[in-house]
Ligand binder design. Structure first.
Ligand code: ZN
Length: 106
């Protein structure tokens, strides 16, 4: 079994090819990742990783505003880099409604 966490930080084109080769070789491959950037769009290469997978399971955080299912990551601050490592000092897990409202205020 091969497990990879935080896959959004990897080159997903390379990771997708490696995962396919490992799976074709009979290994069980489990990959965890954020699917979307702070702008609410797929990380580059993420759709191809999903296509390669036998099973895609979408998990949710808890919306930090009102406690519902959070499917988005809202970045605090003005950085536009796709990857910006940080915790609650830089990010909030938000539901769609709160994410839309937070980004309209920018
Ligand atoms: Zn919310």
């Amino acid at each position: 079994m091969i497990g990879i966490d935080e896959a959004q930080f990897f080159d997903l084109d390379v990771l997708t090819k490696l995962a396919a080769a490992w799976a074709n070789d009979g290994k069980k491959v489990v990959i965890a990742a954020l699917d979307q950037t702070f702008e609410g769009v797929a990380f580059p290469g993420m759709p191809n990783l999903f296509v390669e997978a036998e099973v895609v399971k979408k998990l949710h955080a808890v919306c930090m505003m009102f406690g519902g299912l959070a499917s988005r990551t809202h970045r605090l601050g003005d950085s536009k880099n796709i990857v910006e490592v940080g915790g609650t000092d830089k990010y909030q897990a938000l539901c769609r409604k709160c994410f839309v409202e937070a980004n309209q205020k920018r």
